[in-house]
Design a binder for this molecule. Structure first.
Ligand SMILES: [Zn+2]
Length: 288
């Protein structure tokens, strides 16, 4: 090729895929990769809901239990770890929310796994949770209103309708609780999440940095913010009650994510059944 790029063949469609010398050889063309992920979106969500979605809660609860008997310096490490699990859990939930909201656009897997939280998107999410009425949230997520489930999903049995209704009501409650965390949590979250590596370095004292000292019960994570040419200090107090409430918000976020996935998977099933029972709709679906 005239621009010096190389060519290989797409593993799925056999079409040519060009790439630059020295770069990794692409396995597929862009269109086939999208299709590859899209056909696996439901299986991915289902598998993630069974294990991955709880990973932050498992870590946070383990840290909280260990904290009770740990010596003071270790308590600070455990406290900061709980904070980090909070950031990761929020990041997972916001990524999932954004991915589901645009379902039908990009593959869910790409949007979710590629999601990176920042100050703007964290604040926007918390604000959206705080101010959006439940029915509107459901509609943004492509989920039925709780009283319209039987109508939107005619193939569901009565008990399935009841289960989905319960899951969606719980999800709305948990999302509201997430929004209730307030702006200060969102800012700490965005600050920590915007750091250049996973979690800042823990420090015992920050006075050496900016003359703002930490109280003995506080711990801080510092990280460089190259964009603003500053060093971020996220201070955090090792207060068991605060940590306990943080863990319960992690619990709410975990449950919200799990119920959201349950709702989305139900909609996938409903769409598959509708396609299967109506061949003309199926062919329209394929050509779309
Ligand atoms: Zn291809």
């Amino acid at each position: 090729m005239s621009d010096g790029s190389l060519e290989s063949l797409c593993r799925d469609c056999g079409g040519p895929v060009s790439f630059h010398p020295g770069a990794a050889t692409p396995a597929r063309c862009g269109a086939c990769f999208d299709a590859f992920m899209r056909t696996r979106d439901a299986a991915f969500l289902s598998s993630y809901a069974e294990l991955g979605v709880t990973s932050r809660r498992v870590m946070a609860e383990t840290c909280l239990r260990a904290l009770v008997t740990a010596p003071p310096p270790h308590r600070k490490v455990l406290a900061m770890n709980i904070m980090e699990q909070y950031v990761l859990s929020a990041s997972d939930l916001i990524g999932l929310y954004e991915a589901v909201k645009q379902r039908g656009g990009e593959p869910i897997m790409r949007r979710f796994l590629g999601y990176r939280i920042d100050r703007g998107s964290a604040l926007a999410f918390f604000h959206e949770m705080e101010t959006t009425p439940g029915p509107e949230l459901l509609s943004r997520l492509g989920l039925p209103e709780v009283d319209a489930i039987a109508h939107r999903c005619p193939s569901l049995s009565k008990s399935d309708v009841k289960d989905l209704k319960k899951a969606l009501v719980q999800m709305l409650g948990d999302l509201k609780r997430t929004g209730d965390m307030g702006e200060s949590a969102a800012l700490a979250l965005a600050q920590m999440a915007g750091e250049s590596r996973a979690g800042g370095a823990l420090v015992k004292q920050s006075r050496w940095l900016d003359n703002i000292g930490l109280r003995p019960d506080q711990v801080a994570a510092i990280a460089i913010d190259e964009r603003r040419r500053t060093v971020n200090v996220t201070a955090f107090s090792v207060d068991e009650r605060r940590l306990q409430s943080m863990v319960s918000v992690i619990d709410a976020m975990t449950n919200a994510a799990r119920n959201l996935i349950y709702g989305v998977l139900t909609m996938y099933q409903e769409e598959d059944r509708a396609r299967a029972s109506s061949p003309s709709a199926a062919s329209r679906g394929r050509s779309a």
